[in-house]
Design a protein around this ligand. Structure first.
Ligand code: C2E
Ligand code: MG
Ligand code: MG
Length: 861
């Protein structure tokens, strides 16, 4: 006890020193050697020889922050301990504290992990209690605390079993798997992780809960221990810390609020065994006054065991006076055994606790029930509180009369706190404290099940902040976070207790309303009312670091239940409605509308058709001639057509946008480029056509793809087409992205001889300044200006300006969409030299180009 206290005091002292005087400056890195014995998931070396596992990763993180240079040193368990003892390694993770180890090693104070020992065996060996271990061959880790403990446990029950020392836990498991041992003892974390791969299962025999620490040579490395304590203490106080994330990742430990059944079984087993022994001994003592030496020895042995377990064990008589209490109970009460005996719970706990304990105990004593329950015990002054998992059983004499109860309580305070933290981490958003996506989906699932019975209506409101990205980009993420927190507060003040408000991530919040009117119209009005209130509340200016900031939100609403209301479906509908609200100018609210759904479904089927057609190469190119001022053919533009099995020839306007948004434009674009290049080669072999250029449209997504240049060059190289005959048409929208990369890409193509044209010029936004910097060859006047050229002087002025611009920048200019002779002549009059439009020909099969009259065409209109 004194030793333990001293250890805590030293650690506390070191901890304080560690804060004030950091022995190693952060610039100076400190080499720290670490003993690693493979004990996945707690500690192991990864493929690169770095520390891994829960304790390994935690140490890596501490080392990173402390500027330690970790030097892993693989060793077997016993050897590792010896190395730590002799100071050949600085740290040894995963060491359970006990008094004899504390004589040769130093430990820090905040446990790095809590674990317990468990017995694992083949599936066909059903081990229910310690008694079942009789005559078995049990593998244990050599020199481990489990070995000593198990030996003592077996002795005290007078059980013979053969303990086989294994140098590593893996070898222990392998011994059982190979039939050289019947069972193996391991810490639960290792065991649960590895048992399945050895086809072993955990039994309900568990014992010796242990706190695990990093240990080091006695009197050395106090600074290491202090730093470890500091990090562990900080992390264990923060549910979102790397500590719990690491536990989650390695444990796969799903937050469970319930105590696992296996723990109940284990405890029950322990209780039964102890009762058999302890109850027998105590009754014997009561009945037989003279103690035999054998009994004394047995009792002493039993006391040693009872005092060494981490559980709280006690016996109360029918008046609920303590008749026995082990060391843990005495420590809890701060009194020795003599002082505890004869007292009742009112003398140790506050009145609520005492009443609750009385009720539980009474069930055992009067009804003879075995009570298993969680008990929250507050001290008499109300200052400390512990959560216990208690199992209480009646003790009966030879006539079956209950004369006392025996209880075993396990302190699960830390366990519960951890569960709460893990629960918080797993189901709540750390920034706003709101339920996260996972919890929302869970609640939505429950709501759908409830609403499916047609008893209620509900609604999902998808709330997305408008232009949040701008705030983040301009004022920084801190400001963004502040806004999100304030939004969460405002939203919270507008929801009722039965509603679920959650943050999906980023600037997306979802509010689930339940219990709306059964009449759809009324339900709609209720939701609209709620939605409008939210829009208004969120539009009130915010104060962010003293500055006023205005933010608005767009809300999409989906009512449920609807047909096929799955969680995904409802969420998707609300999301789609939110996009409608954005499209309607933001700061607005929209309901999901079935017409919208129809559109989405049509898009989905179009997409799948598109994919199929791509595989089957159901696309063809049509060609539209381009002529000069004399009507002479100078080139053509390739325009893609989709030969749809049912819909016939589909124009590009109906599928290019979809191909762009789905990324299918990339394979499609490659297909088109290849076909165009092959066509150029065919023309090159015909003296009449060899001079023709062929323009190919290129989408933004295609152009910006990293492989684009390579694709173009490959199409040219594979076909043998001349780059000078190929003209790529880009649109202005392509020019808004990163100009330098754009210029670089264009220049690379230009350097290979490929021509570049700017399509639909005048409809987008091109700054003259940077138009000048682009290595272009041609501008194509958009057909909208040509169409109204004769009617609207402003369009004529734009056309003139574009022609002048072309002349100044040394770019050729083609007028698109020339439909009438009058337009043709007017354009000629303004100095335009290249033309394309229905006046000359509509886009059509390649034969139209090949049979183009060689004499200058005199279009008649
Ligand atoms: P664009 O590149 O501006 O092509 C000109 C469009 O105007 C073509 O429509 C053409 O048929 C049409 N057109 C030509 N002359 C006249 C005329 O005198 N009057 C009228 N009203 N229209 C005329 P199309 O073939 O439906 O193509 C539409 C757009 O689809 C193209 O506009 C282009 O942006 C895109 N597109 C076509 N083929 C491809 C392709 O292979 N790849 C990519 N990425 N986009 C393509
Ligand atoms: Mg074009
Ligand atoms: Mg165009």
């Amino acid at each position: 006890m004194m030793r333990l206290l001293t250890r805590h005091l030293i650690a506390l002292l070191l901890f304080t020193v560690g804060f004030t005087v950091t022995p190693y400056s952060s610039a100076q890195s400190r080499a720290v050697s670490v003993g690693v014995y493979a004990n996945e998931p707690k500690i192991l070396l990864d493929q690169e020889g770095k520390l891994s596992g829960i304790l390994g990763e935690l140490l890596n993180e501490i080392a990173r922050q402390e500027n330690w240079q970790l030097q892993p040193r693989p060793c077997e368990w016993q050897q590792c301990l010896e190395l730590a003892q002799s100071g050949e390694i600085d740290l040894m993770p995963d060491v359970a504290y006990n008094d004899s180890r504390a004589e040769v090693l130093d430990f820090h104070t905040v446990p790095s992990l809590v674990s317990w020992s468990q017995v694992y065996s083949n599936e066909n060996l059903q081990l229910r209690s310690v008694l079942d271990l009789k005559d078995l061959r049990i593998a244990v880790l050599q020199g481990s605390v489990q070995e000593d403990y198990l030996r003592g446990l077996l002795d005290s029950f007078d059980l013979k079993a053969q303990l086989i020392g294994a140098p590593s836990l893996q070898q222990g498991f392998a011994l059982v798997a190979d039939g050289h041992a019947d069972a193996v003892v391991a810490n639960q974390r290792f065991g649960d992780f590895h048992a399945p791969s050895y086809r072993l299962q955990s039994s309900s025999i568990m014992f010796q809960p242990a706190q695990l620490f990093y240990a080091t040579r006695k009197g050395q490395n106090a600074d290491l221990l202090a730093a470890i304590d500091q990090h562990l203490a900080n992390w264990q106080n923060s549910p979102s810390s790397v500590y719990y994330q690491t536990l989650l990742r390695w444990g796969g430990e799903r937050p469970r609020l319930l105590i696992p059944t296996v723990v109940w079984w284990g405890l029950t087993t322990l209780v039964l065994l102890l009762i058999a022994a302890l109850g027998g001994a105590w009754l014997l003592r009561r009945q037989v006054h003279e103690k035999t030496r054998h009994l004394q020895a047995g009792e002493a042995r039993l006391n040693t065991i009872l005092d060494s377990v981490e559980a709280y064990i006690y016996i109360k008589d029918v008046q609920l006076r303590y008749q026995y209490a082990n060391r843990k109970v005495c420590e809890l009460f701060g009194q020795n055994l003599e002082q505890v005996i004869g007292k009742t719970d009112e003398q140790f706990f506050d009145i609520d606790t005492a009443t609750n304990l009385y009720d539980n105990d009474n069930r055992v004593l009067t009804l003879g029930e075995r009570v298993q329950t969680e008990e929250i015990n507050r001290s008499l002054d109300g200052n400390t509180q512990h959560a216990f998992l208690s199992v209480k059983l009646p003790l009966r004499d030879d006539h079956g009369k209950i004369y006392a109860l025996c209880g075993i309580s396990t302190d699960i305070t830390e366990h519960k706190k951890n569960l709460e933290k893990i629960n918080q981490l797993a189901f709540y958003d750390p920034l706003t404290g709101l339920p996260n996506r996972r919890l929302l989906l869970d609640r939505l699932q429950q709501a759908l099940a409830k609403h499916a019975r047609g008893l209620q209506q509900g609604a999902l409101l998808f709330i997305d902040l408008d232009n949040f990205k701008d705030l983040n980009d301009t004022l920084g993420h801190d400001m963004g976070d502040q806004l999100l927190q304030q939004v969460a507060e405002r939203l919270s003040s507008h929801v009722r207790a039965q509603d679920t408000l959650s943050r999906l991530g980023g600037d997306e919040f979802v509010l689930m309303l339940e219990g709306l009117s059964l009449k759809p119209e009324q339900a709609g009005q209720q939701v609209e009312h709620a939605g409008n209130k939210i829009i208004k509340a969120l539009a009130v200016p915010y104060t962010l670091q003293g500055r006023s900031y205005i933010s608005t939100a767009s809300i999409g609403i989906a009512l449920f239940p609807m047909e096929d209301s799955t969680v995904d479906e409802v969420l998707k509908r609300a999301d789609m409605a939110m996009y409608q609200a954005k499209a309607a100018g933001r700061n607005a609210l929209r309901f999901f509308d079935p017409a919208m759904q129809a559109e989405v479904s049509a898009r989905a089927s179009l997409e799948s058709d598109l994919r199929q057609s791509l595989d089957q190469h159901d696309f063809i190119l049509h060609y539209q001639p381009q002529v000069d001022a004399h009507g002479q053919l100078v080139g053509a533009e390739a325009l893609v057509r989709w030969q749809h099995p049912i819909r016939g020839l589909v124009p590009p306007g109906e599928f290019i946008p979809l191909a762009e948004s789905t990324g299918l434009i990339l394979p499609l674009g490659r297909l088109i480029l290849r076909a165009a290049c092959q066509q150029l080669v065919v023309w090159a072999n015909d003296p009449q056509l060899a001079h023709l250029t062929l323009a190919v449209n290129v989408s933004a997504r295609q152009f910006h793809h990293p492989d684009f240049i390579e694709d173009v060059l490959a199409a040219l190289a594979e076909s043998g087409a001349k780059p000078e005959r190929l003209e790529l048409e880009l649109t202005e929208s392509q020019l808004v992205e990163d100009v330098e990369t754009l210029i670089d890409k264009m220049s690379q193509l230009k350097a290979r001889g490929v021509h570049l044209a700017l399509d639909d010029f005048g409809t987008g936004y091109s700054s003259l300044n940077y138009l000048k910097r682009l290595p272009l060859d041609k501008l194509k006047i958009d057909q909208s200006f040509v169409r109204d050229l004769l009617e609207h002087p402003s369009d004529a002025a734009i056309v003139r300006t574009i022609l002048a611009l072309g002349a100044n920048l040394n770019l050729s200019v083609t007028a698109e969409g020339v439909e009438t002779q009058a337009q043709y002549e007017a354009l000629q009059g303004m100095g335009c030299k290249r033309f394309q439009g229905y006046l000359f020909a509509k886009p059509g099969p390649v034969q139209n180009i090949e049979h183009w009259p060689s004499a200058p065409l005199q279009p008649s209109q």
